[in-house]
Design a protein around this ligand. Structure first.
Ligand code: AMP
Ligand code: MG
Length: 457
C-alpha cells in the first residue's frame, strides 16, 4: 500500500504488494521537471569518458546535474505556511524599511552643531518622541528631544546622545564632549529600499526570510510546489517494524532514514514499503512509483549479483546507468529516469544509503525543488586526533566527532567501527571526515577536512 506522509506498516508478505493510491492525485504536470530538451542519459553515458566501475564522486555529481530541470509549478502560501519552501519569484520591497530615520538608542536627539566643541553643553528638552508616537512639535536651536529606541527622528535634529551620557535636571540636560555627528541613528531604507529586490527567487524561506517578508507587510508569497518522492526498500530479508523477525531477517531501517532525510528537505514523501526480490513485484513497484512521483528512490538491490535482473528491467522501463562509485562507504549507485521520474538506486547498507543520499541525492533534490543558487556545503580543516586507515583511489566519508578542548581548539576523532552496516556510527558522529581520492593513511594530529552534519543531515 502506498501511504503519503506517514509510514506504511504493512509487513512484507508473500502476497504481491498492492498499490492503491489513497492520497491526493498527483496533479502537477511532471513536464515541469522533465523538459524535452534534456539529453538522453544513455547517450550521455556512452559519450562520457569514465569507467563505470570506478566512477569519481565529483564526476557522478556532474553527470546527474546535467539532467535536472527544476519544478516550475507554483503555489501561493501565507508566509507562516511557507517556512522551508523555495521562493518562486523575487520579492520586491513595496516600502522603505525602516520607513523613517529613527533612533537606535534611548536618549536625546539634538543638533550636533549646538554642541560646544570643547566642553559641556546645556540644552532644553522640548518634548518626547516614543516608538510609534512621534514628537509633533519643532525643536528650536539649543533644544533637544527626549527619544526612545525606534522613535522617528524629530525634524531638524541629526544626532542621538545615549541617555547614559547625559545629565538630566528638570527640563534641561547637560551633554559632555566626544560625540560624533549623526551617531546612533538608523536611516530610512537602510534595511530595505522601496522598489529594490528584497529576496531573490530560488532562496529557501528560513525564519529570517519569513520575518523579512513580514517586515514588508506582505502576507502571501509564491513558492514552488514540493517535490514528490516515492521510495521503497528491496530485499527478501527485510521486515517492517511491527512484525516478528524469523531467523536471518532484519528490520528495514533504510526506509525510515530515507523518510527522515526527505522530510528534512521538505519533500512530499510516498512510502511504498518493502518490496521482495521478485522481478514482477519490483517491476510493478517501479511503474507505480514512477507514475506517482517526481523522483523514485530505492535502497538495496543495485549491488553486484542483484543488479543484473534489475538492470535488464530498468533498461526496459527507462534509462538508467549503474556505477560503482570510487567512494567508501557507498560503492554501488544507479541513476536515471523511469517514465517521467528521476531514479536513484541507493546501496542497501544503512550507512551507504545515508552517505550516498547526502553526496548525490540531496543536491539533486534541492536543484529540482528550485533552489538557486545551490548552496555549497562548507568544509574546514581540523587536526584529527585518531590515526585513520585510508587506501588511495577512492573518496572516504568517515564518521567523526568534532569537539573543543579546554583552551577552545577544535579537533576531530573518528567514531569507532566504520563498517557500512554500522548505523550507530552515524548516530555517534556530528561530522563527516572527508578523505579525498589521493589521500593515504592519516597519522594522529594531521589536518583533515570535515563537514559538519548539523544543518545537512
Ligand atoms: P543489497 O545492496 O541489497 O545487497 O544489501 C546490502 C546490505 O544492506 C545487506 O546486508 C542488506 O541486508 C542490507 N540492507 C538492504 N536493505 C536494507 C534496509 N532497507 N534496511 C536495513 N538493511 C538493509
Ligand atoms: Mg538486497
Amino acid at each position: 500500500m502506498i501511504t503519503s506522509n506517514h509510514h506504511a506498516t504493512k509487513p512484507a508478505g508473500p502476497s504481491p504488494v498492492q498499490f492503491r493510491y489513497n492520497s491526493r492525485s498527483f496533479s502537477p504536470n511532471r513536464q515541469d521537471i522533465m523538459s524535452n530538451s534534456t539529453p538522453s542519459i544513455r547517450e550521455a553515458s556512452c559519450a562520457d569518458d569514465y569507467d563505470p566501475n570506478s566512477m569519481p564522486v565529483a564526476k557522478a555529481r556532474e553527470f546527474i546535474a546535467r539532467f535536472l530541470t527544476p519544478v516550475t509549478a507554483i503555489e501561493r502560501l501565507h508566509i507562516r505556511a511557507a517556512l522551508g519552501r523555495v521562493l518562486a519569484e523575487d520579492v520586491i520591497s513595496p516600502l522603505d524599511v525602516p520607513a523613517h530615520d529613527n533612533s537606535a538608542m534611548d536618549g536625546y536627539a539634538l543638533r550636533f552643531a549646538d554642541l560646544n566643541a570643547g566642553g559641556e553643553t546645556r540644552l532644553k528638552v522640548a518634548g518626547t518622541a516614543f516608538a510609534g508616537v512621534p514628537f509633533k512639535g519643532s525643536a528650536q536651536a539649543g533644544e533637544s528631544v527626549r527619544i526612545m529606541t525606534g522613535a522617528v527622528m524629530p525634524a531638524g535634529l541629526d544626532t542621538i546622545i545615549m541617555q547614559e551620557h547625559v545629565k538630566a535636571h528638570g527640563d534641561q540636560i547637560t551633554v559632555g564632549g566626544g560625540h560624533k555627528a549623526g551617531q546612533h541613528l538608523r536611516f530610512a531604507g537602510e534595511d530595505l529600499k522601496t522598489g529594490h529586490v528584497a529576496l531573490k527567487r530560488g532562496v529557501p524561506l528560513r525564519p529570517a526570510e519569513i520575518g523579512l517578508i513580514a517586515s514588508l507587510g506582505i502576507a502571501e508569497v509564491s513558492v514552488y510546489r514540493r517535490l514528490r518522492v516515492a521510495f521503497f526498500s528491496t530485499g527478501d530479508e527485510l521486515r517492517s517494524i511491527g512484525s516478528r523477525l524469523e531467523e536471518g531477517q532484519i528490520y528495514d531501517s533504510n526506509r525510515y532514514t530515507i523518510h527522515g532525510m526527505l522530510t528534512r528537505l521538505g519533500c512530499e514523501v510516498v512510502d511504498m514499503g518493502v518490496v521482495r526480490d521478485d522481478p514482477q513485484l519490483i517491476e510493478a513497484a517501479f511503474k507505480t512509483a514512477a507514475a506517482n512521483a517526481d523522483v523514485v528512490i530505492t535502497s538495496g538491490g543495485v549491488s553486484v549479483g542483484e543488479a543484473d535482473f534489475v538492470k535488464a528491467m530498468l533498461d526496459r522501463l527507462g534509462e538508467v546507468v549503474f556505477w560503482k562509485i570510487a567512494m567508501k562507504p557507498g560503492r554501488p549507485l544507479a541513476y536515471g529516469r523511469i517514465g517521467g521520474a528521476h531514479f536513484f538506486g541507493l546501496p542497501g547498507n544503512p550507512v551507504s544509503v545515508m552517505v550516498t543520499f547526502y553526496q548525490f541525492v540531496r543536491d539533486a533534490l534541492l536543484k529540482l525543488s528550485g533552489r538557486d543558487p545551490l548552496p555549497a556545503l562548507p568544509t574546514f580543516r581540523v587536526p584529527c586526533m585518531t590515526p585513520l586507515k585510508k587506501a588511495p583511489g577512492r573518496t572516504e566519508f568517515q564518521r567523526g566527532v568534532l569537539s573543543q578542548d579546554a583552551s577552545g581548539h577544535w579537533s576531530v576523532a573518528v567514531t569507532g567501527e566504520q563498517g557500512s552496516g554500522i548505523l550507530r556510527s552515524m548516530c555517534e558522529a556530528n561530522c563527516f571526515i572527508i578523505l579525498q581520492t589521493d589521500q593515504g593513511n592519516v597519522s594522529a594530529g594531521a589536518l583533515v577536512e570535515v563537514q559538519v552534519m548539523d544543518g545537512v543531515v
